[in-house]
Design a protein around this ligand. Structure first.
Ligand code: G3H
Ligand code: 13P
Ligand code: ZN
Length: 310
């Protein structure tokens, strides 16, 4: 099955009350782990690459790794640009075969965001590629910029933004944030489901995206800490909140930090347990296995997308 756009995926996810996992990829082991888990569970999946991932792996390598994943599996896979920040970057991804792009103009003024997003949509749609836009700003660190407070998406803006730009999906800010430190110690994790409900009322049947949706598994945090890492007060979004989101208009849930934690836990444990090991396969194999079991857990227990590839 060739790479697919997110159009059909989101339509089915919306109607079926589940969400598609959008997992960030940076290297071969990560691509393999995600796609093996999704393939075994017959789940559609989105592989997303950031600008940083393309710089790290080389865009050609990254694309070929995804092609290999497509060739060795039998599920719908979309290749998505995560947090595109310029028209040129989006165009480069579209020209090289990405089936979906995000143009993140959330830091711009409303009018500037509309102008940039519209330009990307025009080019993308002419090439059969879907576009994710963003309104509102997540707190946390992104592209080395630290946003102190959430700037929740204003439901009053969404209809105008979607209508004028023609985007296919919309990332919103309702209290999630990027990274492994999403809430302060002692703070009760909370998401603004009231804002999500208002947005859904105004934009019926429109796919919503949640960024910053890692749960920061305490199992992996513990392994990292017990094996020389320091991750004081790492806290994520509780899984039951993500399950609630997945049943609603949220059709895409972005997960990166959880993969990083699972991978790092696998490597740290081997380094600590077996100081004599220096064959990279000895530590990359368990790291890859951790990601595979994490993704399987998400598909079955959080996203609800198991069996939806059929
Ligand atoms: O939201 C950002 C993703 O976690 C990607 O992070 O830009 O460090 O690759 P990155
Ligand atoms: P996390 O840092 O919560 O994994 O979020 C990832 C993300 O939103 C990628 O765009
Ligand atoms: Zn993000």
């Amino acid at each position: 099955m060739p790479l697919v756009s997110t159009k059909e995926m989101f339509k089915k996810a919306y109607e079926g009350g589940y969400a598609i996992g959008a997992f960030n990829v940076n290297n071969m082991e990560i691509v393999q782990a995600i796609v093996e888990a999704a393939n075994e569970l017959k789940s559609p999946v989105i592989l997303q690459a950031s600008k940083g991932a393309r710089e790290y792996a080389n865009p050609v390598y990254l694309k070929k790794l995804v092609e290999a994943a497509v060739e060795t599996s039998n599920i719908p896979i979309a290749l998505h640009l995560d947090h595109g920040d310029t028209f040129e970057l989006c165009k480069s991804c579209i020209d090289s075969g990405f089936t979906s792009v995000m143009i993140d103009g959330s830091h711009l003024s409303f009018e500037e965001n509309i102008a940039l997003t519209t330009k990307v949509v025009e080019y993308a749609h002419a090439h059969g590629v879907t576009v994710e836009g963003e309104l509102g700003q997540l707190a946390g660190v992104e592209d080395e910029v630290n946003v102190e407070h959430h700037s929740y998406t204003n439901p009053d803006d969404v209809v105008e933004f979607v209508t004028r730009t023609g985007v296919d999906s919309l990332a919103i800010a309702i209290g999630t944030s990027h990274g492994a430190f999403k809430f302060k110690p002692g703070q009760e994790p909370q998401l603004r489901f009231d804002i999500l409900d208002e947005i859904t009322e105004r934009l019926p049947n429109f796919p919503i995206v949640l960024h910053g949706a890692s749960s920061v598994s305490q199992e992996y945090v513990k392994i990292i800490q017990e094996n020389g890492g320091s991750l004081q007060d790492a806290i994520g979004i509780p899984e039951e909140m993500l399950r609630q989101a997945a049943r609603s208009a949220v059709c895409k849930i972005n997960i990166d930090s959880d993969l990083r934690l699972a991978f790092t836990a696998g490597i740290r444990k081997v380094f600590n347990d077996k100081p004599d090991v220096f064959d990279p396969r000895s530590y990359l194999k368990p790291a890859r296995a951790n990601i595979k079991s994490l993704v399987a857990h998400k598909i079955k227990n959080v996203l609800g997308s198991e069996g939806k590839a059929e």
